[in-house]
Design a protein around this ligand. Structure first.
Ligand code: KIV
Ligand code: ZN
Length: 508
């Protein structure tokens, strides 16, 4: 390959990413993520799977109406009802796309559908024809493509292109393939499918063997021009190809991949923090590009090298992904104007009333903490954005604990202008707080994970708690931030409980 190609970045954080157990986001959060993706200049936003729930439908509809720039795509199985729902959800977008899919591997055809390949072929072709009668831009995915017979895969791809598919997506649905095999599949398809030049060739890789990014890059080398990926690699099971990894690999290794993207890489870090906060999925410290340690140099030899020249141990700068070396910002004397400028710099676009609320939170934080860093601000703003109007919010808490008393807590919550107060005891202060919340909300759940980390250094650092609860076999994640770790725990718990309540309300 000698000519530089532009790679289409298709982000599916709001669809495949949100499908991960416990990763569900509220409507407002989805809209905010979509705006962030548009600012980052992703080419396509897969906004959801409208037939699957009312929230999914509504999120797609609002994103299609509001978010300008990218193509707005919605997912549909290869059935008329799904396609109608996808169309109705995204028809107001300036650039709407319907993405329809059907599995093509013998394993799925036999066990999932109990059909013949010919029947599956007909369903795929009919679905694409119908979608193409509604919108110009139709994507077809051959689910489980990497475990499909290449003969059948080639046949169905050719047929759906004839039927009107403008993008053909080859998913490694179960994260099974390896780079050499995947590039061979892409090359083979390019050879076998006569009309392949009439469609964009795309790939969608899952990370079950930790190979999603490597497989995506191998596909680019073999000629694919669209990559489906998610922020932080969130997605089903072990997740998906991480947008930040694919994009930065292409940016840093232009010599190896003569390909570009339209991504504004300086928006990556903010998007990563936002998705982590909204889904409650913490980022492992050693995660490539966006992990806490991705640019940290601890060993003496490395630090010495870095001081002599950054190039010795740094292949890209933190600034290139919008990660400033945690600049110290204002304190309690900072005015509204300076604060709102900072929010814009950090990638937030908030309504005036929300800026005012965040400013009050900032002042409260500045009162408790001498030095307020960018990461502190990001944490408290995301924490505030985790709330919706119908949620329980914390009004007051009091905890009694020690090594010779039974821990107890009093909690007062507010919802719709009404206060609710309860007291409870527990195995420890956190347990007591959670028990008091359970008494108020009436939601009984089991605590799944619980993690705490300091957003910045120092004893007065903001603590961020991520946890998950399990209710009726469903997992809900939550996150909360405060300089007081008990308050952070309570906020994280409330965040998860609110998600659980909202899900129950929708289901009833
Ligand atoms: O992993 C997969 O196969 C998918 C398809 C719906 C594209 O997510
Ligand atoms: Zn997938």
């Amino acid at each position: 390959m000698s000519k530089e190609r532009n790679i289409i970045i298709f982000d599916t954080t709001l669809r495949d990413g949100e499908q991960a157990p416990g990763a569900s986001m509220s409507l407002e959060q989805k809209l905010d993520v979509a705006r962030t993706l548009a600012k980052m200049k992703v080419d396509v936003i897969e906004a959801g799977f409208p037939i699957s729930s009312e929230v999914q439908f509504e999120a797609c509809r609002q994103i299609a109406k509001e978010v300008k720039g990218p193509v707005i795509c919605a997912l549909a199985r290869a059935v008329k009802g799904d396609i109608d729902s996808a169309y109705n959800a995204i028809k107001h977008a300036a650039k709407p796309r319907i993405h329809t899919f059907i599995a093509t591997s013998d394993i799925h055809i036999k066990h999932k559908f109990k059909k013949t390949p010919a029947e599956v072929m007909k369903l795929g072709v009919d679905a694409v024809k119908y979608a193409a009668s509604l919108v110009k831009d139709v994507e077809f995915s051959a689910e489980d493509a990497t475990r499909s017979r290449i003969e059948f895969l080639s046949e169905i791809v050719e047929a759906v292109i004839d039927a009107g598919a403008t993008t053909i997506n080859i998913p490694d649905t179960v994260g099974y393939t390896v780079p050499s095999e995947f590039s061979a599949i892409i090359r083979e398809l390019s050879k076998r499918v006569k009309n392949i030049d009439k469609a964009v060739l795309s790939v969608h890789c899952h990370n079950d063997l930790g190979l999603a990014t490597a497989n995506s890059l191998a596909a680019i080398e073999a000629g694919a021009t669209q990559i489906e990926c998610t922020i932080n690699g969130v997605g089903e099971r072990a997740g998906s190809a991480a947008l930040e990894e694919v994009v930065m690999a292409l940016a840093v290794r232009k010599d190896a991949f003569p390909a570009t993207t339209n991504i504004v890489t300086r928006e990556i870090y903010n998007a990563s923090k936002k998705v982590s906060s909204y889904t409650g999925f913490t980022i492992q410290p050693n995660k490539a590009i966006v992990g806490k340690n991705a640019f940290a140099h601890e060993s003496g030899i490395h630090q010495d090298g870095m001081l002599k020249s950054r190039e010795t141990y740094e292949i890209m700068t933190p600034e290139s992904i919008g990660r400033e070396s945690s600049s110290l910002i204002m304190g309690r004397h900072t005015g509204r104007h300076g604060f709102s400028e900072k929010l814009v710099q950090l990638g937030f676009s908030l309504e005036k009333s929300a800026v005012e609320t965040m400013y009050t939170r900032f002042l409260q934080l500045a009162d408790k903490k001498k030095e307020v860093y960018d990461d502190d601000i990001i944490a408290i703003v995301n924490d505030g954005l985790n709330l919706t109007a119908a949620d329980f919010t914390l009004d007051y808490m009091h905890v009694l604990s020690g090594n010779s008393v039974i821990p107890s807590a009093t909690v007062r919550l507010k919802k719709d202008g009404t206060s609710y107060e309860e007291a409870a005891s527990g195995d420890g202060p956190v347990d007591a707080l959670f028990n008091a919340v359970d008494k108020i909300t009436g939601i009984k759940s089991k605590l799944g994970d619980y993690e705490i980390h300091a957003v910045t250094g120092g004893k007065d650092a903001v603590g961020e708690v991520s946890l998950s609860i399990i209710h009726d076999d469903e997992r809900f994640s939550g996150r909360g931030a405060s300089t007081d770790v008990l308050e952070a725990s309570l906020k994280a718990y409330l965040n998860a409980v609110n998600k659980c309540r909202n899900r129950k309300k929708k289901a009833s």
